[in-house]
Design a binder for this molecule. Structure first.
Ligand code: RAM
Length: 348
């Protein structure tokens, strides 16, 4: 009798384990994604790393759009801006069977296997802010034309330094697609003979970490004592550089421009450490991504060039070509200077 009982217990245990495994393992071949307990669809956003107010604003816009459609938003960012950390998050989201993943990529190519796996399982994948390659996503949400973003920063620094002298770039990580694309356009702009007296001496990487951006700025000033200007196409980098130049009393000696968050840069714009800088509305970037994700999941768009859809407060948007892929563009970079910074620092 005791033996028979043992056999029953063992069979029961084997079945329990099998049932648990099938729940935990990802479904195959386009099976419908799982809903949250209250029946809502789940839309995830993965930013580059934590501790970046720009990323927080973008996630805020994404959440607003997702909740306006009656869905649940999952907001994620790893501690460090690495592809490995994002891959782990993507794997977790695949196991959770979310309906969509929007990601600001820490590397254009390294996320491809994980994101392809997500798409194979019916998860709608899009990138925003920092693109992943066209095989790893359905569509990219682009903040503004990368050529314009790159060229405008060279025009700005040239004007600030009187068209002559050494300049450096303080970027985010060396793998960030968005910064790297903008830097390529900066270099193309510099080829114009009108910049013949400007020398780009170095591209430094602060990794979008405050402390590293501070120490990289200090290192630039030390290595290049004649440095006339810094372009930081990252909100973390430009704020760090603003602080270093202020602390060292280098206003008017070393000029600063780039892409900054008005709330973080207002004091440096007001003091003149940075005469002006550019950005777009990060809340709108996230909001647009939220709408695009919803339309992809509901099947209203498929990510084909030419498709149009309405984006709440932002009006109609269109899917346009991006090399062999597709993207949706938010708008133009916006200039912030003493005349408007007070107004915008309250918004983002
Ligand atoms: C930083 C990030 C982000 C970029 C902005 C301009 O916050 O690198 O990806 O878009 O700067």
């Amino acid at each position: 009798m005791k033996k028979l009982l043992m056999v029953f217990v063992s069979i029961f245990m084997v079945f329990s384990v099998l049932a648990a495994c099938s729940q935990g393992s990802p479904s195959s071949g386009g099976e419908k994604s799982g809903e949250s307990k209250d029946g809502k669809k789940r839309f995830a956003i993965v930013f580059k790393n934590t501790g970046n107010p720009y990323g927080e604003k973008m996630m805020e816009g994404f959440k607003k759009a997702i909740e306006a459609q009656g869905h649940e938003a999952i907001l994620k960012a790893p501690d460090q801006p690495t592809a490995e950390a994002q891959i782990q998050m993507i794997e977790e989201l695949i196991s959770q069977k979310v309906d969509s993943i929007a990601i600001a990529g820490n590397d254009p190519d390294a996320l491809e296997p994980a994101l392809k796996k997500a798409m194979d399982q019916g998860i709608k994948v899009l990138s925003l802010d920092s693109a992943v390659n066209t095989k790893s996503r359905i569509v990219h949400i682009n903040q503004a034309d990368p050529e314009r973003i790159g060229r405008v920063q060279i025009e700005a620094i040239s004007e600030m330094i009187g068209g002559k002298g050494q300049i450096a770039v303080l970027s985010a990580t060396s793998q960030a697609t968005n910064q790297n694309t903008w830097i390529e356009w900066m270099k193309k702009e510099l080829e114009d003979p009108k910049y013949k007296d400007i020398e780009l001496v170095k591209v430094a990487y602060g990794d979008d970490l405050r402390d590293k951006s501070v120490s990289e700025t200090e290192a630039l000033l030390k290595s290049y004592p004649d440095l006339k200007g810094i372009i930081a196409p990252t909100t973390v980098g430009i704020a760090a550089a603003g602080k270093v130049l202020t602390d060292k009393g280098l206003k008017d000696k070393v000029h600063l421009t780039g892409l900054g968050l008005p709330s973080e840069m207002a004091e440096y714009i007001e003091s003149g450490v940075s005469d002006w800088m550019y950005l777009w509305n990060p809340i709108d970037v996230g909001y647009l991504a939220g709408y695009a994700a919803d339309r992809l999941v509901s099947g209203k768009i498929t990510g084909k060039v030419g498709e149009k859809f309405s984006v709440g407060d932002l009006g109609e948007k269109e899917v346009v070509a991006d090399g062999d892929g597709a993207q949706i563009m938010l708008g133009d970079p916006f200039k912030f200077d003493k005349s408007n910074i007070a107004e915008w620092k309250e918004v983002y």
